[in-house]
Design a protein around this ligand. Sequence first.
Ligand SMILES: Nc1ncnc2c1ncn2[C@@H]1O[C@H](COP(=O)(O)OP(=O)(O)OP(=O)(O)O)[C@@H](O)[C@H]1O
Ligand SMILES: O=P(O)(O)OC[C@H]1O[C@H](OP(=O)(O)OP(=O)(O)O)[C@H](O)[C@@H]1O
Ligand SMILES: [Mg+2]
Length: 296
Amino acid sequence: MLIDADRLHIAIQKNGRLSDTSRELLKDAGLRLQNGRNALTARVDNFPADIMFVRDDDIPTFVADGVCEFGIVGGNVLEEFRLASAEPAVEVVAPLGTARCSLKLAAPESFDWQGPQSLAGQRIATSYPRITERWLADQGIAATVVKMNGAVELAPRLRIAPFICDLVSTGATLEANGLRAVADVFDSEAVLIRTTREIGVTRSALGEALLSRIQGVLTTKDAKYILLNARSESLPAITRILPGAEAPTIIPLHGRPGHFAVHAVCQESVFWETLEQLKAAGASAILVLPIEKMML
Ligand SMILES: Nc1ncnc2c1ncn2[C@@H]1O[C@H](COP(=O)(O)OP(=O)(O)OP(=O)(O)O)[C@@H](O)[C@H]1O
Ligand SMILES: O=P(O)(O)OC[C@H]1O[C@H](OP(=O)(O)OP(=O)(O)O)[C@H](O)[C@@H]1O
Ligand SMILES: [Mg+2]
């Protein structure tokens, strides 16, 4: 496929922890992908864009080189790339709130951890040598960082290094390998990135359109439309409780003087507790509706 100057090119992970949520985000933004799971590229048939399915490590490079105008990648991989690159021509345009994990330093469970000084002169195995080295420099510790491309948790058992710096989410992998986290190095989530290279008027406009759709998807993710009835004296308390709602619409109820309907878009999650608080504040006939699309 030739790089087309009037189409967008979006790099997402082919197979892995980011793949499903990346595909889903594009789908929710209305992009219909033509090809199936095993293809390396997919043409979007209802928006001028092509999707490239690649290894996540290659995504920042593709975007910085301008081969792809957009990409979805873990913040950890992006940070490692930035530290390695003299002029990383990428910017984060939206944190996506998915693939949340932390790069953590871990030591064998039995190790008597005394703080970062325990690492002085030691070896640390990691797939993220630059982030690890920066953290060590910030702590003023001199240690040897050993790069491993995967299975980092095996390093202590294989006597490659007694310490590791690896991604942790539930902590189950550390535990299964007799390790425990001793310090937080970098918190990560998936991010949407864009090239900062000149891409011309057409692709810039397409990029803005795509971004506006994606921001719409992200804002509606937790958003709900709430309708309820209340007496006028309850309105101030009720509007204070509505989570993340700006200026609700308040409409008089026909034939019931002093009673109003309140309509509001809530940008934050609406829990049962919220409904209980609303009821206690005088709300009745409370309806919570999903919002399918929103453009701000
Ligand atoms: N346990 C986890 N929980 C949540 N997010 C994670 C976890 N592990 C990794 N991630 C995030 O997901 C990203 C992709 O992880 P994955 O394991 O699929 O990468 P990979 O094996 O390097 O894939 P590739 O084959 O594309 O190189 C990581 O860079 C990180 O941002
Ligand atoms: O704290 P936990 O919830 O156990 O998750 C942490 C594990 O998840 C990631 O690996 P992944 O499962 O993606 O395998 P991979 O490194 O082989 O891609 C990471 O490299 C850790 O090994
Ligand atoms: Mg990878």
